[in-house]
Write a protein of this length. Structure first.
Length: 78
């Protein structure tokens, strides 16, 4: 998966340890992934491997977003 331009942005979101910055990292990664998917519309879909990697990355970001939402909820409750 390392040859994809969006991968570094995605990796930065996954590795961010500052919970106050993670939301913007997730948004940047989602944006890069959706931009790449839009490029596929112009060049007939890209490779099956990259398509699968993008879907996996988007799923990973959804899980991360849920974790962030739980953390934010605990900060408000505490």
């Amino acid at each position: 998966m390392t040859g994809y331009k969006w991968h570094e942005i995605y990796k930065a979101a996954l590795l961010e340890t500052d919970w106050s910055k993670i939301g913007e990292r997730i948004q940047a990664a989602e944006s890069a992934l959706h931009e790449r998917k839009n490029e596929f519309d112009l060049n007939h879909g890209g490779t099956p491997e990259e398509n699968r990697a993008i879907e996996d990355a988007l799923n990973g970001l959804r899980v991360l977003q849920n974790d962030v939402a739980r953390w934010q909820g605990s900060q408000r409750a505490g």
